[in-house]
Design a binder for this molecule. Sequence first.
Ligand code: GTP
Length: 319
Amino acid sequence: MASSFTQHDFGTQAKNHPFPMDVSSISIDSLTPDRLKDFRLHLFSHLQTTLEIEQLIDIFYRHLKQLIPVSGIEYNHADKMIDMHVGRISKHRCNYQLNMSQQQFGDIAFTRSKRFSEKELSTIESIMDVIIFPLRNALKYRDALSTAMIDPLTGLNNRGAMSIALTRELERTRRHEDQDMSLMMIDIDHFKTINDRYGHLSGDDVLRQVARVIQQSIRASDACFRFGGEEFVILVTNTHLAHSRTVSERIRVAIEEQVKLPDKDLKVTASLGLAHYNGESDWPELLNRADKALYSAKQQGRNCVVTSLVKKPQSTFAE
Ligand SMILES: Nc1nc2c(ncn2[C@@H]2O[C@H](COP(=O)(O)OP(=O)(O)OP(=O)(O)O)[C@@H](O)[C@H]2O)c(=O)[nH]1
């Protein structure tokens, strides 16, 4: 491992946190080569307990704090769009680039309000490599997870990713009274005819275009998933029903106006079912209402949006 130091500061500040193993008495002043070896071993064994990058950085931070008072650690990996921190970000920082065998594992920065001493910096450098292997494994795990979550045709998150996201979002919505969410189910109209008439490759092209148009019509905080075949699900967070209706109508119009096949006289439309959170205990219940609303949209002639309305306490109807 070659980690390269790019900048440093000097100063001190300490905070006590219980050390998770039996080296709590260790300090930078009493750090003999043997004690450093022990420290590295303890740290390494803790880092091996997780494949979550955020937890890795947190473990590294909590251990390092026993030796050197740092207020926070930043970790980022531009290629993988990771940018996180634990603790508090302060004025002074020292940065390291994490490399091994010409592979990049991102950048790590240690921060606090006072400058770091030379001794502190050399101590940080002497334990920095311990995080490299666990971090490499965590990055690989993250890559594998995200590959498994992506639909290769459209590049959208797939049904597996949807299940995770909806479980999390419904939990959040249930916990916070001021939060709201909607689900939309979108189905391309007469898609079988498009396939039959123009071939599967053209059908695939339409699917990709619809995915792109949907993504362009929603906020970055919302999410679109390929549910399967020619069906898509959209999670609209932190919004009220009126806004969700506006978004679904915007998507319907955008599909009608923008999705085209070159040199083909083709009109692509989609039907949408919208359901707004109404105290459901799980997301399949909410999705089921969106699905029923979508069915009504198909019944009403397609190329339209139907909202599932719930009259308290129980009866559901579509408008
Ligand atoms: N090209 C392509 N076609 C797909 C893909 N996945 C599913 N399909 C096709 O999508 C079509 C879905 O057709 P249907 O469920 O009958 O629905 P529809 O023709 O859209 O009719 P309505 O939904 O009632 O408007 C089937 O012909 C599937 O073969 C895919 O990845 N690529």
